[in-house]
Design a protein around this ligand. Structure first.
Ligand SMILES: [Zn+2]
Length: 74
């Protein structure tokens, strides 16, 4: 995957790449902060729910925990 500088037009490829990563992050199950099960799914923008223990919490729009949240949890 090596593109010449001439093929890089207006960051379109970069945006698509980033979106692919966001979608794959969304579809992957996440770890529950309460019971540690990999059962957390996004039910709405910024709202996440664990399908094992039913724990619902607010998080990032695309990830259950933002970097700030991880720092606070330490
Ligand atoms: Zn849970």
């Amino acid at each position: 995957m090596s593109f010449g500088p001439r093929l890089r037009t207006r960051g379109g490829a970069t945006l698509r790449k980033r979106w692919t990563r966001v979608v794959s992050t969304l579809r992957r199950p996440h770890k529950c902060p309460r019971c540690s099960a990999m059962k957390v799914r996004r039910i709405s923008v910024g709202i996440w729910r664990c399908r094992k223990c039913g724990f619902t919490f607010a998080g990032g729009a695309y990830q259950p925990q933002t970097k700030l949240g991880k720092l606070a949890a330490r």
